[in-house]
Each structure stands twice: as C-alpha cells, then as structure tokens.
Design a protein around this ligand. Structure first.
Ligand SMILES: Cc1cc2nc3c(=O)[nH]c(=O)nc-3n(C[C@H](O)[C@H](O)[C@H](O)COP(=O)(O)OP(=O)(O)OC[C@H]3O[C@@H](n4cnc5c(N)ncnc54)[C@H](O)[C@@H]3O)c2cc1C
Ligand code: SF4
Ligand code: SF4
Length: 498
C-alpha cells in the first residue's frame, strides 16, 4: 500500500496557503510578546461559532495550524496511513478531557492576577505555549505519518464537533451545513481517488447518503476530493442544493451500467508499457456497449476499487471487449493489474459508462483528436462511424505521440484511410526525428490551427493540457462549446478554457 495515498495540493485559497504564518507568529513570537497568544481567544471563538453552523469547515479552510500542515508539511510528509487509535472516539474524548483539565489548572494558577496587565501577559503566554506544543507535536506527526494526523484527536476539532452537534440539535445546522456532494452515484468511477487524496483518509465514495451527500462529522470540507475527482462530479453543497442537483441531473450513457463477471481471454504486449486485455463476458453472457464508452475494472475488493478504461474494441458480437492499459510509474492500480491479471483469470467489470465520446446522431463531419493513451477509444470509434454511419461525410483523426514507436494501431488506421476516402488519419510526433511514412513533427494543436473545422463536431481524449489548449483553439476558430466533447483521466476545469 506504499503508493496508495496520493499527495496533492490542498491550498486553494490564500488563507490556506499563508495562514501558517499566524501559527508561527503566535507560537514563536509569543516568546517575546506573550500578548500575541491572546489572538487564540478569537480563533477559538471563531471555530466554535463556525462549527455551530457548518461542522469542521474551520479545520479545512481557516485553521492556521491546518494551513501549516497542508501548505508547509504535506509536501515533505511521509503520507502514511493514520493509525486507527488516533481516529478512535474514546481516545479523542480522553485527550479533550486531559487538555481541558491541564488548561484550566493553568488558568486557575494565574487567576489571582485577574484585572492586571500581568494577567493578560500570563494568559497570552499559556495560549502561545499551547500553540507551540501543537506546532511541535503536530508537526512531528505530520512529517512522520500524515500531515493531518494531529487533527484526528485535536481538542479544537472535538470542540467543533460538540458545537456542530448543538447546532444540529437546535435545527440550525441542517440548513447551513455544507457537505461533499456527488452529482450522481451512477457517474462515480469507484476509483477511490477522493479517498486517496483525502487528508483525513475518509472514504466519501463508499458512503454517500440518499441525498448524495457525504455526511461524516470528521470531514473538514477542504474540497481536496472535489478538486481531484476525475469524473468532476463532486462539489460542496447544503442539503437543499444537493437535493436540487440530484433532481436536475440527467444521467445519459450510464443507463446500462451493471456488474459483469468476465474472464481474461487474451493479453497482448504492445510495447512501451502498454498491454491490451480482452475480457470475455460470463455473466451476463452478452453486453451492449457503444464505441466511445468506458468500462470499470475492479482492482481490489477491500475497499472496493476500480479503474476506468476506454473500450478500444468495436462491439461486434456483444461477447467481449478490449482495453489498452498503460503502466503508470508507481501507479497503484496498474501495478496490481500488470502483476495479477493473467489469461484465464476471472475479473469483475462494471459498466459500460459514459456518453462524452459517443458520436451524436446529428453529426455530419467529425474530428477526433487524441494524444498519448487517449488514442484508445478512437480505435473503436473510427471503425464504428465508418461502418455504421454512412450519413457522416468526413472523418478526421489527429493522433499525437512523442515518438514513432508509440503509435499503436498505426497500420490499422492507415488501412482504414486507404479503404475509406472520407477518413483522414493524421499522425503527428512531437519528438521524432525520423519522419518517414508521412509522419509530421509537432503537436495536435498545431494541426488543429491549420484545419478548417467549420461544421465539425470534435471529440477529444488525452492529456489535460492538450484538451484545454485544443479547446481554446477550437473556440477561437468559431466552434461553440456544444460542438466540442472530451474525456480525460484528469479533471479538466471548463471555466479555464471557455
Ligand atoms: C474515463 C477514463 C478513461 C480512461 N481510459 C484509460 C485507458 O484507456 N488506458 C489507460 O491506460 N488509462 C486510462 N485511464 C486512466 C486509468 O483509469 C487510471 O487512472 C490509470 O491506469 C492509472 O491508475 P493507477 O492506479 O495505476 O495510478 P494512480 O496510482 O492512481 O496514479 C495516478 C497518477 O497520480 C500520480 N500519483 C500516484 N501516487 C502518487 C503520490 N503518492 N504522490 C503524487 N502523485 C502520485 C501518478 O504518478 C499518476 O500520474 C482512464 C481514465 C478515465 C477517467
Ligand atoms: S474520485 Fe472516483 S470514486 Fe471518488 S467520487 Fe470521483 S469518480 Fe467516484
Ligand atoms: S472527504 Fe473531501 S472535503 Fe472531506 S476531508 Fe476528505 S478530502 Fe476534505
């Protein structure tokens, strides 16, 4: 499980990026100016107030120590599994009682000074010391285990949970609380990425409630899962907003999603760490899938987790499908697949899923754009439109790779372009010096700039950068957002490209 948890950016606002400066100021500056510690009184009031309305939102978005853990320590943390003991409720309660007892003892000791300036200095020093202890102890845990280990039993976290429970009991928090919300459970890839990037190592994808919300009192609403979900289906919403979203979400392309028992009937090594797997359906015996859809492949049972792969085969007899998988360096899932998947093995699939790359009925001219491993769905799509869509007048495929030897199914596409006048296959290599066989040097984006794309519908699959750059070029060339469709293994923010 060494490569299970993923380190990723968690600082999405300036408060989260730079809030740690306040921690250092209070904890270290308090040695010289103890009154700086009095700022903690406002911090405690703030976190208790915020949590009354919306749980541990403070921890994930405002807390200065949280900023220190996420912004400064997370990049160098060992990022290991948080021990169960630290997540234990009883442990948290005992630690809170111990903290409250030790803190009140210190306050009682200085109480005779009440009303003097000395009292303020002494009080500030107590708070500053507490901040320093959390900085040191929390910092060590953050480095050695996971950046948010301290937060599992932090007395301020427990205080927020108590305040939130009070807010819920009086009926206020129900309307004001925000939770991680999934647009539709049907669209979830069950890839577990939301859990692998979660600083608290929670499992949102396994625990969405009937309103499609992740109602876990420990969630700090940091949005890290939202930012990293490859399906872009997570957001942070109130209950009312979640219900509206659920009612208004149209789930096209997922109607036929089902669990499929299958057998691996062939594995072909395509070189460059690429393997083509054929899965033959056992139960159900036949599966309807469309070119352009993807399938989920189960990689582990506990916790249940899948990886999404574009279907690369044209569905000739509904009995099997093929996927082409690239081994990712230190990739958790592909390591399991390349080590454990053998011819004859039984596997569980889920799907078929997706409609982003399924060519619409009204399309007359189609431009397919791929780079890297993003070429795989077009192996099926090109054949599908050539065989089944006589109404489509023009089909172009731009295929960008780095080197000549990375072009898989190259002969297949070249043969089809000879067979069908309306199909144009344009391979382009960014780093290849040997430009035989009509190979061009450059990127697919260079080619898009040269093309006349008027009246085309464009379907893209590949890297985030290629898709967002191509998107901009296509819109500049006059296409509308409704003319361009894409799929990527990484989340693409449409607002960045529109
Ligand atoms: C709709 C869809 C279709 C897809 N189709 C295909 C396809 O046809 N073929 C294909 O090969 N793939 C495809 N993918 C990608 C595939 O689903 C997997 O994401 C891919 O196989 C990698 O899985 P993994 O578990 O090995 O990698 P992961 O372990 O999930 O790693 C993913 C990325 O995170 C990085 N990472 C991992 N651990 C850490 C860490 N500790 N710190 C920092 N970074 C880290 C890795 O370097 C890698 O870049 C598709 C994805 C989607 C969403
Ligand atoms: S990250 Fe993966 S498992 Fe989590 S909600 Fe998104 S698609 Fe589903
Ligand atoms: S579930 Fe999401 S929002 Fe909640 S703590 Fe984990 S990553 Fe943050």
């Amino acid at each position: 499980m060494d490569n299970y948890f993923i380190k990723t950016n968690r600082t999405f606002t300036n408060i989260r990026k730079y809030g740690w400066i306040l921690t250092v100021l209070i904890a270290i500056g308090g040695r010289w100016e103890p009154k700086l510690g009095l700022l903690v009184v406002f911090i405690m009031a703030g976190l208790t107030g915020v949590s009354f309305f919306t749980g541990r939102y403070w921890c994930g978005n405002i807390c200065p120590h949280g900023s220190l853990f996420d912004s400064v320590i997370a990049p160098i943390s060992r990022n290991k599994k948080i021990p169960k003991l630290f997540k234990n409720k009883v442990f948290g309660a005992i630690f809170l009682i111990f903290f409250a007892w030790s803190f009140s003892n210190k306050i009682i000791k200085i109480s005779p000074l009440w009303g003097t300036f000395d009292f303020l200095d002494k009080l500030g020093f107590i708070f500053s010391n507490t901040y320093l202890v959390v900085l040191i102890v929390g910092g060590i845990f953050a480095l050695a285990i996971n950046s948010r280990t301290w937060c599992q039993f932090c007395p301020m976290g427990s205080l927020q949970k108590i305040s939130y429970t009070a807010g819920k009991t009086v009926g206020v928090a129900k309307n004001t609380n925000v939770l991680v919300t999934i647009e539709s459970k049907d669209k979830c890839h069950s890839c577990g990425k939301c859990s692998r990037v979660c600083p608290f190592q929670l499992t949102p994808y396994l625990d969405f409630n009937d309103n499609n919300q992740f109602d876990n009192i420990n969630c700090i609403k940091c949005g890290t899962c939202v930012e990293n979900c490859p399906a872009s289906i997570l957001s942070i919403k109130t209950e009312k907003q979640a219900i509206e979203l659920k009612e208004n979400t149209i789930v096209l392309g997922y109607e036929n999603r089902q669990e499929i028992e299958a057998k691996i009937t062939s594995i072909v090594d395509l070189g460059n760490d690429l393997r083509e797997f054929e899965f033959t359906f056992q139960n159900p015996y036949e599966v309807n899938y469309k070119a352009g859809q993807f399938i989920l492949v189960r990689i582990m049972d506990e916790p249940k987790q899948y990886r999404a792969y574009s279907i690369s085969s044209y569905n000739e007899n509904k009995r099997s499908l093929k996927v082409i998988i690239k081994k990712v360096p230190k990739g958790f899932g592909t390591e399991l697949i390349f080590d454990n998947f053998k011819v004859g093995s039984d596997i569980i699939l889920e799907g078929p899923m997706g409609d982003e790359l399924v060519v619409g009925d009204d399309v007359k001219k189609v431009l397919f754009v791929a780079n890297g491993i993003g070429i795989t769905p077009f192996i099926a799509l090109v054949k599908d439109v050539l065989l089944n869509r006589p109404d489509i007048e023009e089909v172009k495929l731009l295929n960008g790779q780095k080197f000549e030897n990375e072009f898989i199914y190259d002969d297949y596409f070249r043969e089809l372009s000879k067979e069908y006048d309306k199909f144009h296959y344009i391979p382009v290599a960014s780093r290849e010096e040997n430009l035989d066989k009509g190979l061009r040097k450059g990127y697919v984006t260079n080619l898009i700039k040269e093309l006349d794309v008027a009246d085309y519908k464009v379907y893209m699959c590949g890297s985030k950068n290629m898709i967002s750059d191509s998107y901009k070029i296509l819109l500049d060339k006059g296409l509308k957002t409704s003319d361009v469709f894409y799929e990527s293994e990484e989340k693409i923010k449409i607002e960045n490209v529109a």
